[in-house]
Design a protein around this ligand. Structure first.
Ligand code: SF4
Length: 433
């Protein structure tokens, strides 16, 4: 994107109105530092993106005359929530007042204004269109949800997926299930064996922020799972069923139910991919699922460094080594392995992290990195894991280029791949199939 100059900084009047400050160019944040964003890194804010005002925070910009960094005191700082399939390269840069509230669990990418357009430093990392906002027609979704509830009147899981996930939380995966296409979510676990600081399904009472959705309250039976997943695999385009969703704890705590479901599903159809999104804490359970027919795994992590991972996940009775082994187990059974990599500019692209990531890719023969935006208040996160200095950094874009150069077979994306992508045509164009 050939911008002549950096876009102007944005500020809010605290009433939801946003203005540009033409005396300041927008900067970005990496780790604890406000930095200049390379001109080439700015792209139009993709459709489906939205803007946030950040109460109690003043934006840091670059004076258009002096080139020096200074605060914008005209109003609150502004950040962008960039839509799925895009990875942010820099966070919004601001200075926080002591009384400022902790920000909710969303991503806070830098944003600026130029030529009547909003700009963000980001890359489109995934061509798959499954969560494009334009693809969701509410009337069709409501009709699809009603049909599923009618088709499965006694199924607690379909009821949860349609009434809570689809119609209340507007979960993109649950909406795709209602539309009979692509990836179908299968939450199964009310409990978890980790205590992630930024857990989206459970936040301790003492925390000032709330989880973005409530955790499942029941343990589904294998019969309930099989009842709707088999027809989805048999009829949906590029079908995937995915255990492990944002509205539950850790699915591996329900591995026997998942194993029995997979065995039963595969008696009825070999179509599509059966995937599990997990913290990877139980490699033995993963081995049992692979034997039953699991096709792919996605292990979530904020870091490939043991101490950074464990200071965020606060695991009960498992360790970083267990998730490494889970990734290895799936590859050993010929399955597809991804990491759900929470990208935090300044941490993810630090030299230490880069070295740890290279090691992880090598020792697990990893298939794919899903470069996800980390939905968390940056100051709160770094404070909670006790990181004062994020160390030398190489830039998120440069990190991606270095990893791609060294591991050309390793795929980049944002979503779990369908069997069509796993088995061959990774660049398949969903839009025109
Ligand atoms: S592994 Fe998932 S459910 Fe468990 S604490 Fe972490 S984010 Fe929450």
């Amino acid at each position: 994107m050939n911008l002549p100059d950096s876009p102007y900084l944005l500020y809010s009047d605290g009433k939801g109105n946003i203005f540009e400050d033409t005396t300041l160019y927008a900067s970005g944040r990496s780790g604890w530092d406000a930095v200049d964003v390379p001109l080439d890194d700015w792209i139009f804010l993709p459709s489906g993106g939205s803007l946030y005002e950040l109460p109690g925070r003043h934006g840091i910009g670059i004076d258009t005359k002096t080139g020096k960094m200074r605060l914008c005191k005209k109003g609150w700082a502004v950040a962008a929530f960039i839509p799925p399939a895009h990875t942010g390269l820099f966070l919004s840069a601001y200075e926080k007042e002591d009384s400022a509230p902790t920000l909710p669990l969303f991503c806070y990418t830098a944003v600026g204004w130029s030529n009547q357009q909003f700009y963000v430093p980001a890359v489109r990392i995934e061509q798959d269109i499954r969560q494009e906002s334009i693809g969701y027609e509410q009337t069709k979704i409501e009709a699809g949800a009603a049909n599923l509830l009618k088709a499965y009147p006694h199924n607690r899981l379909v009821k949860h997926l349609m009434q809570n996930c689809c119609m209340t939380y507007h979960c993109p995966a649950a909406r795709n299930f209602a539309l009979g296409r692509w990836e179908c979510p299968v939450p199964v676990s009310p409990a978890c064996n980790a205590n992630c600081i930024g857990c989206i399904s459970f936040q301790p009472q003492e925390e000032s922020i709330t989880s973005t959705q409530d955790r499942l309250t029941f343990k589904p039976f294998a019969e309930e799972i099989v009842e709707f997943t088999v027809p989805h695999l048999q009829t949906a385009p590029f079908p995937i069923v995915s255990f492990g969703q944002g509205c539950e704890g850790e699915p591996l705590l329900m591995w026997e139910t998942i194993r029995d479901s997979i065995s039963e599903i595969r008696k009825h159809t070999n179509r599509g991919s059966i995937n599990i999104n997990t913290n990877g804490s139980k490699p033995d359970a993963v081995a049992a699922l692979c034997k039953a027919g699991l096709n792919s795994i996605r292990v979530s992590m904020n870091s490939a460094r043991k101490h950074i991972y464990e200071s965020y996940y606060l695991p009960n009775n498992y360790s970083f080594e267990d998730l490494v082994e889970s990734l290895q187990v799936v590859r050993a059974h010929g399955g597809w392995s991804s990491i759900n990599y929470f990208v935090f500019p300044g941490m993810t692209d630090s030299v230490e992290e880069y070295e740890a990531l290279r090691l992880l890719i090598k020792e697990t023969k990893l298939s794919m990195i899903q470069w996800r935006n980390f939905n968390i208040d940056p100051d709160w996160y770094l404070g909670k894991i006790g990181v004062i200095d994020t160390g030398e950094r190489i830039g998120v874009k440069q990190l991606m280029e270095l990893i791609h150069e060294e591991f050309p077979e390793l795929k980049f994306g944002y979503f779990n791949p369908s069997m069509e992508r796993i088995r061959g045509d990774f660049e398949i164009d969903y839009a025109h199939k």
